[in-house]
Write a protein that binds this ligand. Sequence first.
Ligand SMILES: C[S@@+](CC[C@H](N)C(=O)[O-])C[C@H]1O[C@@H](n2cnc3c(N)ncnc32)[C@H](O)[C@@H]1O
Length: 213
Amino acid sequence: MRLRKKKGVEELLTTFPNVITNSNEYRGQWKELFLNDYPIHLEIGMGRGGFLAALSKKHPLVNYIGMERVATLVYDAVIRLGDIHPDNLKFIWNNALNIEDIFAPSEIDRIYLNFSDPWPKARHAKKRLTHRGFLEKYEEILKPQGEIHFKTDNEGLFLFSIDEFKEKNWTLKNISYDLHKENMEDNILTEYEKRFITQGKKIFRLEAVSPKK
Ligand SMILES: C[S@@+](CC[C@H](N)C(=O)[O-])C[C@H]1O[C@@H](n2cnc3c(N)ncnc32)[C@H](O)[C@@H]1O
């Protein structure tokens, strides 16, 4: 059952073991929350969380955190898990704008950005999740040589992002201008990606390695 726009979804989120609504309180302590030393991979803007639900099943020795600013989407994500509450998957209801208040320096091993909002108007460039302002924050919370894996259907955002990564001295690898033309065995489809494929859209993808030593 969807609770879109239904009042009280925020309160409801506090009742799910896999949802963290007070994420700032875990800054520097995410490993303690997971009760292990496994690497932590974070998806920013996870939407309904299908990508991380699949990844967490496939890689039980990695801890996954999905961050989403829209409460109803976090609710959908946790409901879709059904009765399964994976130990290695947490959803955060929060905004990445203040990500440095949620994670301590070097606390995260990898960040996924999947089909981030493109914010096509130039005056909104700072809101793009690959704007250099965000890249500086990601560099801080990622461990040295930590990676960002980025997928988008939006060529303009992709080209902008390449420039931003280069400007901030990230190393780019595995750049694809048409992901689904290639044989990328390990690719897990996100909800938006499934939709774009049926529309015949090209998917762009890259991996960026942090310059932090
Ligand atoms: C286009 S959707 C993509 C959803 C999902 N990653 C996928 O590929 O199916 C972008 C998502 O990012 C979320 N988002 C955008 N900016 C955000 C921010 N600053 N912090 C957290 N979530 C954000 C939006 O609410 C939306 O759910």
